[in-house]
Each structure stands twice: as C-alpha cells, then as structure tokens.
Design a protein around this ligand. Structure first.
Ligand code: MTE
Length: 317
C-alpha cells in the first residue's frame, strides 16, 4: 500500500498568488482576460487562496478555468450545464456553517472562516471523471477530509459518513417549480475508510481562488477515484453513521448509479459505455476534447484498489 507523506509546511511553500498564476499559466490569452473580468461568473467575493503543494499531482494539462467554471452539474440551479453559472446569482454562500456530528465524541459546528483557518490548504490537481463520460483535470484547493474527522473523534461504531447539501429554494431556482429532478437537499455518502483516505478532500477553492458558486461554494467534496456525482457541493452537514447513508442519484436510479460509483471501464452505465471518456481540454468551448480510455479508479488504482480487496466491483458498482 503506498504511504502517504503529508507535505511539510514551511513559509517557502506558501505560494504568492502572482507566482502561482505565472507558474500555472492558466490565465493566458483572451480567455484569461475574460475570466479576470468576471465574465465567466467568478463571483465578486472570489478571494485568492494561499495553498501548499499537495501530493498525488499529475502532469496532465489542466482544463482551462473558463470551462471548469462554466460547464457544471449543480441541479439546485437547473439541469443544464450552464445553469449553475447563469442561474446562481441569488445564491449567498456566506455566512456559512458546517456541522459535523452523528457517531462522534465531539460534535461541532464550524464557521466557514474558522474552518479555512484550521487546516492548511493544499493544491490538489486531480482528474475528475463524470459518470456522463466526460473528464477534466482540475486544480482544487482543499484539505483532507480525515483532518476534519479527526477533530470530532469518530466513535468505534461509526462505519460511514453522510453528507448533506443545501435546500434553499429562494436562492436556488432548480429547487423551485413543479418539475423537480430529485429530492432536496442533495445527499451523498462514503464508507469511513474511503472518507479517511488521503486522496479524499474537502475543497474550498479552485484555480487558486475560493470556489465560485457554480462549483459548490463554499465547500464541496472531491473523491477523485469515483464518478463526479459523489462530489457533493455546498455541504452543510457531515454525519458519522453506522449504516450506509443514502445518496441522491442512487435513490433516483439505483440500477444506473451505485453507492460506490468507483470509476470502472469494465462496468457500463446501462445506457452508455464507460470504456472511454471525453477529456475536455479547451482550445475553444468544448471543441478541444479528446477521447481516451477510461482508467480503473480513474487512474488512482495504486492508491485505492486495496480498499475494495475481495469485493465484486461489478456487483458493488
Ligand atoms: N452537488 C450538488 N449539491 N448538486 C448537484 O447537482 N452534481 C454532481 C456533483 N455534485 C451535484 C453535486 C455531479 S453529477 C457532478 S459531475 C459534479 O458535482 C460536477 O462538479 P463540477 O460542476 O464542479 O464539475
């Protein structure tokens, strides 16, 4: 099993924003100017974040910021890919609190600012594979979920972690009206060992700034070896439970969306193949995408396969 080496934090690791920007070159060209001007919806509150380099990086080219922040799934704002950007203007992700409770010795409600101060933010550049067969490479800023879990001291009886999103129809137009694609709030879950895995993070930023609304402000889950729908956005509560918690997509279509949702080229979605994926890489809006084979566990098999030793991953999809 590969060993996780937590990054050492030294002052030289704190990257100034201008250095970060020039290193990543992500604001190059006209797209960068548009993003800088906020035309792709970065909210006015977006603040630069200081991050330390995190482990598990990749040299694959990043998906441009304008695509990462404009091609989204966030059904609270509608089911179209541009709805989260275009229909989230009324959403107020601050002030915000996150409650962590359930089977823990020290249940706590954290204020978002306090949370941001409590944990050093790491830059985690991860592949993200949507169950819809597109993928991106995204530079998140966040901290390991297990650091937060350690603070509340899970009891021995805790075996799973449940996540709860936000129900606020007055700010979330996708939660209003007759047609509702799902029950609100959005919910998700992990096994405790998955939640404690070093790859699993709570992200509070992307591309060196606080998360824009459409990407799940102010805090979301990122589990890079699983399909993107596990990455619940706008989390209000995390509860440690004994039994497997419900998950929104699984409740809607259990035969299409399993609880585990590990990226697996050998298990097709009932309506399409998962053997290949479309890497959205830019060069014009969605025009620069490239088809490539899907990797088991989204390429993180060395790190996570042992979590599922002895399990039939076709049955536990
Ligand atoms: N979280 C909430 N609260 N609501 C959602 O509709 N969609 C999920 C996930 N988290 C969703 C959510 C899906 S299907 C995907 S693929 C990812 O968010 C998309 O994340 P992104 O828009 O930042 O790429």
């Amino acid at each position: 099993m590969p060993v996780y080496h937590p990054p050492r934090i030294t002052p030289s690791h704190i990257t100034a924003r201008d250095v970060y920007l020039s290193r990543r070159h992500f604001l190059g060209g006209a797209a960068g100017l548009l993003v800088g001007a906020g035309l792709f919806g970065a909210p006015a509150r977006a603040a630069a974040l200081q991050t330390i380099p995190g482990p598990h990086g990749t040299d694959e080219p990043l998906t441009p910021k304008d695509i990462v922040t404009s091609y989204n799934n966030f059904y609270e704002f509608g089911t179209g890919k541009s709805d989260p950007l275009n229909r989230s203007g009324a959403y107020r992700p601050e002030p915000w609190t996150l409650t962590v409770d359930g089977l823990v010795a020290r249940p706590q409600t954290f204020d978002m600012d306090e949370l941001m101060r409590s944990f050093p933010l790491e830059e985690r550049i991860y592949r993200m594979r949507c169950v819809e067969a597109w993928s991106m490479v995204i530079p998140w800023a966040g901290f390991p979920l297990r650091a937060l879990l350690d603070k509340v001291e899970p009891l021995g009886s805790a075996k799973h972690v449940a996540f709860v999103g936000l129900k606020r129809p007055e700010e979330m137009p996708g939660q209003r009206g007759m047609f509702q694609p799902m029950r609100w709030p959005y919910v998700e879950g992990l096994r405790l060992d998955e939640a404690r895995h070093p790859l699993t993070i709570l992200a509070t930023g992307v591309y060196g700034e606080t998360l824009p609304r459409q990407n799940g402000a102010p805090i979301r889950l990122v589990v890079p070896w699983k399909y993107g729908f596990k990455g619940i956005k706008a989390i209000t509560r995390i509860a440690l439970t004994e039994h497997q918690p419900p998950s929104s997509w699984n409740m809607m279509q259990p035969e299409e969306y399993g609880f585990y949702a590990n990226v697996n080229p050998a298990v097709d979605h009932p309506r399409w193949s998962q053997a290949r994926e479309r890497r959205i890489s830019g060069g014009g809006f969605l025009s620069g995408s490239e088809h490539r084979p899907t990797l088991p566990f989204n390429g993180y098999g060395e790190e996570v396969a042992q979590l599922y030793a002895g399990m039939d991953l076709k049955a536990h999809y």
